[in-house]
Design a protein. Structure first.
Length: 253
């Protein structure tokens, strides 16, 4: 992959004209686009894909960030419905849905890559504790890396093609892929990536693009630092190019 191919721009918008604008302007400078729940529920998957289509290779590399979590039959049906669109290369489910749900989704994914969400990057250890760990106020927090590792192993066993995790956890996860099952194509897709010149926003467990790549991230999901960069950076295109340069330098190091 070229450095820019690792960048998936997060398009969380309710405006179809925004999808078209960013597809036109950013398409040559990034690897693909992520369509989030806000877009899926307001515009719809089919209209969104149709609006973006034809603006270069990046618009044929769509990550549908549906975060599917339901009973196995429903998860399989939802994934199968998404697989009907050839532009979609990735779709995700929540690993916390369990191995039966992930396995059903994997059997329905067709040519797509199925990703399993581990622990949301907006969560701190204290946020995660009542959900994944000890909820006692006397023992606030939980070991998020261990939780992410557990979910990765479940996802791998269930037939998923990769995980969505914090870039802070990637190195540990890569090191702990079962040796007999290690697959160089198993993808680590990481939101929570923030260049030094951008704001943290609502993310908790973040790294820079360079750190994410050095840790072993395959694809970097980046939204606001590209779509709304600080004035000193300039346009979204300038921001995307800066990030691609940072990735290239990290890969050369």
């Amino acid at each position: 992959m070229q450095p820019k191919d690792r960048i998936l721009v997060a398009l969380d918008t309710r405006k179809i004209e925004d999808l078209v604008m960013y597809a036109k302007t950013l398409g040559p400078y990034v690897g693909g686009f992520k369509i989030g729940l806000e877009c899926l529920l307001s515009i719809g998957l089919k209209p969104a894909l149709n609006a973006m289509r034809g603006y270069g290779p990046a618009t044929e590399n769509i990550f549908v960030d549906a975060k599917i979590h339901d009973i196995p039959n429903t998860m399989a049906g939802a994934v199968r419905a998404v697989s009907e669109f050839p532009q979609v290369k990735f779709v995700n489910v929540h690993a916390s849905a369990g191995t039966a749900g992930m396995r059903a989704a994997a059997e329905a994914k067709g040519r797509m890559k199925l990703l399993a969400v581990t622990v949301l990057t907006s969560m701190s250890p204290e946020d995660a504790a009542p959900i994944y760990g000890n909820a006692s106020p006397m023992r606030a927090g939980t070991d998020i890396p261990m939780t992410a590792l557990k979910f990765m192993l479940m996802a791998k066993e269930s037939g998923c093609d990769g995980v969505v995790c914090s870039p802070k956890e990637v190195e540990r996860l890569r090191m702990n892929l079962p040796q007999e099952k290690t697959d160089t194509e198993f993808a680590f897709v990481t939101p929570g990536v923030r260049p030094k010149w951008s704001a943290k926003n609502d993310q908790e467990r973040v790294t820079t693009p360079a750190e994410a790549v050095k840790n072993g991230s395959t694809y970097l999901v980046i939204g606001r630092p590209i779509l709304a960069p600080p004035e000193k950076v300039g346009s979204p295109v300038a921001a995307a190019m800066l990030i691609a340069e940072e990735i290239a330098e990290a890969l050369r190091a």
